[in-house]
Design a binder for this molecule. Structure first.
Ligand SMILES: [Zn+2]
Length: 322
């Protein structure tokens, strides 16, 4: 995220004016955005320069390299806070900071910890010592206890603007075509775009789904498409996201909402899909994905889920013809 965007935010002004709350809840389904925003907040809190956050002073550098002793991050990225880690954290809250007049606890994946542990933290959030601040990173607000929410300043993060997104992705040094394709499919999420770029099968999956949506017409074809999807259990969430994006843009195309389409390089395929399915059929196919996700969540038999997914497409197509 560029600095101009952050510096115009409410939280930035509050940090500068020293009026920020002790508990901040950052909310976004883009986990990369959560990292960038949390980093901007703590850098602004500790930065020694006139124009904060400068990015170059010792404090900003330590924060960028995660070596700042008064910024404590729990747990490691991608992991969920464990009960004994939380106990350890709570034990240290009342200890004075090492080098500064304040210290910050950043809690990753906060929405993945259970209600019992959230409650344990609540007491501290209610009466924190004056030197302690908390930043909770939340990607699913619905599972956070109301009592926790009421103790925090909630910040819904904006989506990364296209230019910043492009900049972040270009820095990864990936092939330009891959970056462009990931950008068009990621729905503005840096985390999703990075995942696509790091997936060796992303471009293949895009072609597979475009092909499937254009050519799947008879139930005997289900076997062929299913046999490919059976082997892609690890990638199924990416595949469903790609599928949804194709359907969404095909719908926009059918409605003449061309400005909303991001899959510009696939316009001819989208046109073909939009001519093959009615708007009602596509709308139902989009809804059906939620059922598929639920079944995946409940660990139902994977191959049966795939069969159901593919047969569902034919059923919707048949039920709501063009
Ligand atoms: Zn600085």
């Amino acid at each position: 995220m560029n600095n101009i965007q952050f510096k115009s935010s409410e939280i930035y002004k509050e940090i500068i004016n020293n009026t920020m709350m002790h508990s901040i809840m950052l909310i976004s389904n883009d986990t990369e955005m959560l990292d960038i925003y949390a980093n901007n907040i703590v850098s602004t809190m500790f930065c020694k320069a006139e124009e904060k956050p400068c990015g170059v002073c010792t404090e900003c550098q330590k924060i960028a390299h995660k070596t700042m002793v008064d910024v404590l991050e729990y747990p490691l990225k991608g992991e969920v806070l464990k009960s004994d880690e939380l106990n350890k954290l709570l034990d240290t809250v009342f200890e004075l900071p090492f080098e500064h007049d304040k210290k910050v606890y950043i809690i990753n994946n906060f929405s993945s910890i259970d209600a019992l542990m959230q409650n344990k933290l609540l007491k501290t959030l209610e009466e924190p010592p004056s030197h302690a601040y908390f930043i909770l990173k939340v990607d699913n607000e619905s599972v956070v206890l109301q009592t926790i929410k009421s103790r925090c300043q909630k910040i819904m993060l904006p989506k990364l603007d296209t230019i910043s997104l492009q900049e972040c992705l270009n820095n990864l040094g990936a092939d330009i075509k891959l970056v462009d394709e990931a950008m068009s499919f990621c729905g503005g999420s840096l985390a999703q775009a990075k995942q696509y770029i790091n997936s060796p099968n992303f471009l293949n999956n895009v072609n597979f789904l475009l092909n499937m949506l254009q050519n799947l017409k008879k139930s005997w074809q289900v076997v062929d498409y299913a046999s490919v999807l059976y082997t892609k259990k690890d990638e199924i969430l990416d595949i469903l996201h790609i599928y949804l994006k194709i359907l969404q843009d095909s719908t926009y195309l059918a409605l003449g909402l061309d400005d909303l389409i991001t899959l510009k390089t696939h316009t001819s395929e989208l046109k073909f899909i939009a001519e093959g399915y009615s708007l009602d059929a596509m709308s139902q196919m989009i809804k059906d994905v939620n059922l598929i996700l639920e079944k995946l969540d409940r660990h139902c038999n994977f191959n049966s889920i795939i069969d159901e997914f593919l047969l569902g497409i034919l059923e919707d197509k048949h039920k709501w013809p063009i």
